[in-house]
Design a protein around this ligand. Structure first.
Ligand SMILES: Nc1nc2c(ncn2[C@@H]2O[C@H](COP(=O)(O)OP(=O)(O)OP(=O)(O)O)[C@@H](O)[C@H]2O)c(=O)[nH]1
Ligand SMILES: [Mg+2]
Length: 348
């Protein structure tokens, strides 16, 4: 018990459990906090305002036992990243599964289970490939064999697969396996109340300490107790409450932002009198891909995009002002969209 379900509930507002096979999971959606959306909404005053979202799934802890359950394993395989809530808070009334408080041990234990689970998959596939390669000569099978041997070697040295140096082709080959230790990992450091003032220091300790040199991992500290109290307050009192602990953002806001950047995502915006909307795309997406995120038709019939930075749009009071200043630019398919761009897609 580290506070996973408590944090999940505050984050998504979802209390309802569903069953996938024998595993109880909760699925919920959290809005990505985005001040740019609010400012654009103030300018356009549309009836509809839509934030970008991240979907979270609350699952029982990763352990030898839970990983034996095929439905549990299947639910883990399909996610884009893990958030591992580590218990740093002390509370004698909440029993610790492992009998003592030791977040680094908990972190390494789960990592090891992910590694072992992947190793089983790799070994099975290697066995199969060995047989097949005796029957059929195929460069494709040879490549897969080599790649999996590389995975096996890493796993046997207790390295998660996210640590592996792979090229685009290998990445594609590995994708189908949905390896657990390859998924990006966000460590959520759940601190005790007395440590609320030390959030950033604790994050740094982890990043520069136990997580140093690890690829595709990140750490965000939250204080579950404070988040729970915060969630009970009306919106206008929340900032003040946070400030009383010397905080500017809630842990949940930072948790969502951290998820977003760990996954290599960013937001662009669309804004008009009918709707202000933040859209999620991978960093370095082209204008064409961005159009496709809005509507597949926009991608197919894309002509060009008008692009303006959100701040310029707000400061200049709208598109007309931005155009006058030459800050509303015409861009083609290949334009690389930047975080905070406002796009108007022209399509056929
Ligand atoms: N003091 C303190 N107690 C907490 C905190 N977060 C959760 N708890 C308590 O810990 C207990 C378990 O919390 P859950 O959120 O259900 O933990 P979990 O990680 O989902 O547990 P499992 O699903 O059983 O692995 C509850 O009694 C919570 O009130 C926290 O930040 N501080
Ligand atoms: Mg739980």
């Amino acid at each position: 018990m580290t506070g996973k379900t408590s944090l999940f509930t505050i984050l998504t507002g979802v209390h309802q459990e569903t069953r996938i096979g024998s595993t109880a999971v909760r699925t919920g959606v959290a809005q990505v906090p985005d001040a740019r959306v609010e400012e654009l909404a103030r300018l356009f005053e549309p009836p509809k305002v839509t934030h970008a979202t991240v979907e979270y799934v609350d699952m029982p802890s990763v352990s030898k036992e839970s990983l034996r359950d095929p439905s549990y394993l299947a639910s883990l395989r399909v996610v884009d990243a893990f958030a591992h809530v580590l218990r740093l808070f002390e509370d004698a009334t909440v029993p610790h599964e492992k009998g003592s408080l030791d977040p680094v041990r908990d972190l390494e234990d789960v990592e090891m289970e992910l590694i072992l689970s992947d190793l089983v998959v790799v070994e099975k596939r290697l066995e199969r490939l060995e047989k097949d390669r005796k029957k059929i000569k195929s460069a494709d099978l040879d490549r897969e064999f080599e790649l999996l041997e590389k995975c096996q070697a890493a796993l046997e040295q207790n390295h998660p697969l996210r640590q592996l140096e792979i090229d685009a082709e290998e990445e594609k080959r590995m994708r189908g396996f949905q390896f657990l230790s390859q998924k990006p990992m966000l460590y959520v450091l759940n601190l005790g109340e007395s440590e609320a003032g030390n959030l950033h220091q604790r994050e740094r300790e982890y990043r520069e300490g136990v997580l140093a040199g690890r690829k595709q991992v990140s750490a965000t500290a939250v204080c579950g107790k404070i988040e729970a109290e915060l969630a009970e307050l009306p919106a206008e009192e929340q900032r003040e409450y946070l400030a009383s602990y010397g905080l500017q953002e809630s842990g949940l806001e930072r948790l969502i932002s951290a998820t977003y950047s760990l996954l290599g995502l960013m937001s662009f915006l669309t804004a008009s009198e009918t709707e202000v909307h933040a859209w999620t795309v991978p960093i370095h997406s082209t204008a064409l891909k961005a159009a496709g995120a809005i509507h597949t038709d926009f991608e197919k019939k894309f002509i060009r995009a008008e692009v303006v930075n959100w701040k310029a749009l707000v400061d200049l009071g709208g598109y007309a002002g931005a155009r006058e200043k030459g800050l509303l630019k015409l861009e083609g398919k290949e334009y690389i969209v930047k975080d905070g761009d406002v796009l108007v897609i022209r399509h056929g």
